[in-house]
Design a protein around this ligand. Sequence first.
Ligand code: NDP
Length: 482
Amino acid sequence: MPVTHIKNYIGGKLLDPVSGNWIPNYEPATGNVYSEVPDSGEQDVANAVDAAEVALETWSRAPVDERVDVLHRLADLIDQNREELVAIESRDNGKPENLARMIDIPRCSKNIRFFANLAMGMASESHTMPDAINYTLRQPVGIVTCISPWNLPLYLFTWKIAPALAAGNCVIGKPSEVTPMSAFRFSELCIEAGMPDGVMNIVHGSGAVTGNALLEEPRIAAVSFTGSTQTGKHIASVVSPQFKKLSLELGGKNPNLVFADCNYEPMMETTLKSSFANQGQICLCGSRILVEQSIYDQFRDDLVQRASQIKVGDPQAADSVLGAVVSQPHHQKILDCIELARSEGGNVLCGGAAATVGGRCQNGWFIEPTVIEGLPNDCQTNQQEIFGPVVTLQPFDSDHHALELANATRYGLSATVWTQDVSRANWLADRLQCGVVWVNCWLIRDLRTPFGGFKQSGVGREGGLEAMRFFTETKNVCIKYL
Ligand code: NDP
């Protein structure tokens, strides 16, 4: 079967890379190459920035409702093409179609509508003095780049570019080379929506080449990045000396605190999701499960029994709960992490190996949901992000002990607390070192709320007004009355 050539989206046109080189793109469920990604370099990036420079003056000064109309048309087109985008996202990433249908694709149009509506309501401050008035202008930063990861491909891509565009910037987006297909289809939808040429550009390619070219391009004024802490560190080292604005949403090793007084059944149902949804490849998954000693044995036995029954299968099948992990190297990395856990003395209670899925998926990259116990909190398994369907269990014997374990990592993205004691919940929410705390729930997201991490989970916040502030520069104007 002929492979599809994905194109860059530059200046309103779908283009091959200048080099004429391509990178193979795999379908994780089968292990087959099914498309090729442009291997873009400095020249492609420069061409995209040239196009953005031409577009910027008009777009940044357009009446806000003109920008908003384009974004609403784009959101409508995403909804109209929902089933096609579901199939694309599932095939490219390995996630079950059901998950893409319920979570990923609906969220893309929601992201765009949300920031379009927010832009309509944006206002700025004024500060009066006896003899003068100050007012604050919020102006677009200019040309910005949005670099996104492979785990929630179009969901996270739109989460970044929507506020950037709504605020009046021109964007050069770079999706992960591992999951480029939905961004390619998105570029076609941008054209159909009437996005002015050069306002939205997408340059495909590897992080090492295309990504670095974006970081080095002097005309790009801001970098919004979501990905691993390791890459974030590199990005900061390149971007900070250039004094570009920088937002980093990075990795996590999130604790899930389960107290004996919790509402047990909803806790168990949600914990299965927070452990294994999207094959454990969500930055917000709770990978360290901390359980109060008095219910530890019951919790462990129930979790293991239910995790063992989760259906891992063809992402296209309606009954598959878990699909494939995103790539062969990532598959191997997860299996290596499980081996490391064994060598550190961990007891693998279920899973612990590649899952075999027959038929068209016999060469795909699947992993069994894995639960491990018996490891101390300071071992590598409990400190390094695995980003797969792997969780560890640790008992605790007091609120202070739970808090100490929860905070004892270099990460600080999110935490989940399961208790019916409101005082305990508030005490923990106050002291947990992370940007998001969920009490008796997980993954409930109001797009108006700030989102981001403490410590090595990130710098800055996304979401609501935080994102609009990142993508604007403030300027104070002071006028004397007489
Ligand atoms: P990576 O850091 O490997 O890559 C993220 C993006 O950065 C990709 O587009 C990648 O391109 C690009 N990139 C890689 N190297 C460079 C570079 N030198 N310069 C510029 N860009 C570069 O992360 P993953 O894609 O593996 O995503 C998983 C990680 O993302 C996990 O750590 C997860 O926790 C984190 N994440 C954080 C979230 C948050 O909100 N805090 C949300 C979701 C995920 P390419 O893939 O083409 O190499």
